[in-house]
Design a protein around this ligand. Sequence first.
Ligand SMILES: *[C@@H]1O[C@H](CO)[C@@H](O)[C@H](O)[C@H]1NC(C)=O
Ligand SMILES: *[C@@H]1O[C@H](CO)[C@@H](O)[C@H](O)[C@H]1NC(C)=O
Length: 465
Amino acid sequence: MGMWTKALSGLTTGLVIAVWATETIAARAADKTPQLHALPPLQEQADIVDSWTEERKVLIPGLLRKYGVDAWLMSQREYAEDTVFWALKDAVQFSARRRTTHLFLASPKNGAKNSYSWIDNTAGVWEDLRKLFAEQQLLKPRTIALNTHPEIAFASGLHAGELDTISSALGDEWADRFVLEPMLPVEVVATMVPSRLPWYRRMQETAWAIIEEAFSEKVIVPGKTTALELEWWMREKIQSLNYTTWFQPGVYILTAEGFPLKKERTASRNELRASADRPIQHGDLIHTDFGVTALGLNTDTQHLGYVLYPGETEADIPKGMIEGLKKVNRLQDIVKGNMKIGLTGNKILRASLAQMRDEGIEGKIYCHPTGEWGHSAGTVIGMTNLQDGVPILGEMPLLKDTYYSIELFAEHFVPERNQTLFFPQEEDVYWDANTESWEWVYGRQEKFLLISTPAEDASENPSEL
Ligand SMILES: *[C@@H]1O[C@H](CO)[C@@H](O)[C@H](O)[C@H]1NC(C)=O
Ligand SMILES: *[C@@H]1O[C@H](CO)[C@@H](O)[C@H](O)[C@H]1NC(C)=O
């Protein structure tokens, strides 16, 4: 049993480990190089993930009571899974099989259990369900929640055909009690049990380490290496570590033409690539949007690098750029400070934007939950194209015990360039139940990653300048 498996054996142990890790790794983030973390053998990974899933499942009856529903029914056929299926499955399940049906009860009576699962391809499952419901006479489930929301992905995983089947198979007596409580599936998926944190932090450190290596002279040869090559280098690096990812890494050379926002990236990626895919040059401000996936967890990070001219040192970074990074660091603090549990994402967005403008900062805020999925369940705090509020997704309350990506940019006029540049950043935070505050999972970027080349290069390769 490895050290991390032991950490999972109880909540208290998990918290102790988390506190220990906070101190040591926070110190490391400030003055040491982030390290790559190898994953344990597959069987051990499965044990770790299953123990997290068990901790999550234990929370479900309480969440049913919190949202005032007596029962929660989820049903799916192989390859047409409910979105929530992935948060509850065993590590060795790769899809639903036949018809896979889950029932959770808030307060079971008559010796019933809190949860039931069927894998069946006959009408037996419906007979069992009707019988179970009927046996709950004292309770008589008044409400049976189904995941049928028209807009929220995590609350809308019940396929239309499956709903038809359930309704007719259970009959009006039970179908009349079907209700929609979107926050129930949202909170089940969004909740990150404390024992996940030590591994999430290691994954975060690994993501930082990959970015740090990519944005260094070990990988970038100024005048030669292109952004596109760097993106594929990052993909290969992820692969070599036996991690995977949930989106293609993005590497961008930032210019006054603006920062390629996500919407535009998908709309005209080829066009963007054509302009971005020139060799990275001395004096370039470069940016990456990068995440890794392992153990059913996903990270999301954006960092900046600066390509020094030959022979230059940290002291030669244009002051305007250093100010730009400071400004976006300040914007991170503003958003973190406004992320009050229970407020809607839209309220947090408006308060943060107001404070940002009060402090004379121009920028955009577009934060999202992360962890179980890269863009996970829960309220969003702005989107790049919706800075006045996000319908529906921004109207949910902010939940505690979740992970968020603080994703945003600040604009800053860089006198040395005579240009206003965008300074994007993205860092993941977790809700710390002890301090009742959002804390960086690994840290945040306060210094540019530097690509330096020796002075001799200037005379050897004058064409590069
Ligand atoms: C990746 O997996 C292979 C095969 O199990 C293993 O030999 C190798 O050591 C792993 N690499 C890392 C960095 O964990
Ligand atoms: C700075 O840019 C502005 C407009 O973009 C231009 O009018 C001005 O001449 C530039 N200043 C210098 C010193 O190049």
